[in-house]
Design a protein around this ligand. Structure first.
Ligand SMILES: [Mg+2]
Length: 257
């Protein structure tokens, strides 16, 4: 990491941008990647390393580790750890090191298996699927988002409460996320900060849903693309005029020293 010489002004105000993936760098739908904007982010990361005049962009996402690893490669983050699966994993693209949160025990993993099996038998028949690639969380999807939100979400919440399973249930635009209650994007970022030695003053963040409040609380500057939920825009210092990856590029341009 570049450090200013003693007595000189820092080259950049922030060392790291912690960005959500879905709804920010990529669409939460299955739309193709906005390669033009992502190439701009990649060039930005290359210049961050070459010139030290701007922060490095890394990720904090609910997506499984393989998806986050791919996005790291796409945006040229080769040096900073990222947070995947809502804090379950940190992944360091520099050393290729994966680390599951050590606070996740075998009994937590058993509860994940029980919840997954229950959801499959209860909702599999009506077309609810589980996002593949998750190790310590369960993510449910259904083509009818209204049904997912109004019918399935309350049933999942009720079953978790009655079973005493240790999960927090939340809704993104199109998914129900069941995450271990003590693991979050926030606990993932805390582990990332321990690994990098960075403090809040040196961090910026980008997010689009209320789940990204965990990012907003841990950074000195937080911004949203224009498509973000109203509930997270309240926490932003800046809201881009453009949505998703175009909005991210607009935000990143403001952070150049
Ligand atoms: Mg998102």
């Amino acid at each position: 990491m570049l450090r200013p010489m003693p007595g000189t002004l820092p080259l950049r105000q922030y060392d790291l941008v912690i960005a959500d993936i879905d709804g920010c760098l990529v669409s939460e739908t299955t739309a193709p990647f906005d390669l033009e904007s992502l190439a701009t982010v990649r060039r930005y990361n290359e210049l961050a390393l070459e010139r030290g005049d701007r922060p490095i962009v890394t990720l904090c996402s609910g997506r499984p580790q393989p998806f986050a690893e791919s996005i790291c490669r796409l945006i040229g983050n080769t040096t900073m750890p990222c947070v995947c699966e809502m804090g379950v994993w940190t992944y360091h693209p520099g050393t290729n090191r994966y680390e599951m949160d050590p606070a996740i025990t075998p009994s937590h993993l058993r509860a994940v298996g029980e919840l997954s099996a229950w959801a499959a038998s209860e909702f599999g028949g009506i077309g609810v699927t589980q996002q593949p690639g998750k190790n310590a969380s369960v993510t449910l999807w259904h083509p009818d988002t209204r049904r997912l939100r109004e019918e399935i979400f309350p049933a999942v919440e009720k079953r978790i409460r009655e079973s005493g399973w240790p999960f927090r249930v939340s809704m993104t635009w199109y998914y129900i996320n069941c995450d271990l209650a003590h693991v979050s994007k926030g606990s993932g970022i805390d582990r990332l900060l321990k690994m990098t030695g960075l403090s809040r003053a040196r961090l910026a963040g980008i997010g689009d849903t209320t789940g990204d409040k965990c990012i907003a609380e841990r950074v000195a500057f937080f911004a949203c693309p224009s498509n973000a939920q109203a509930g997270i825009k309240e926490h932003a210092h800046y809201i881009a005029s453009k949505p998703e990856a175009e909005g991210v590029v607009e935000i990143l341009e403001r952070l150049i020293g």
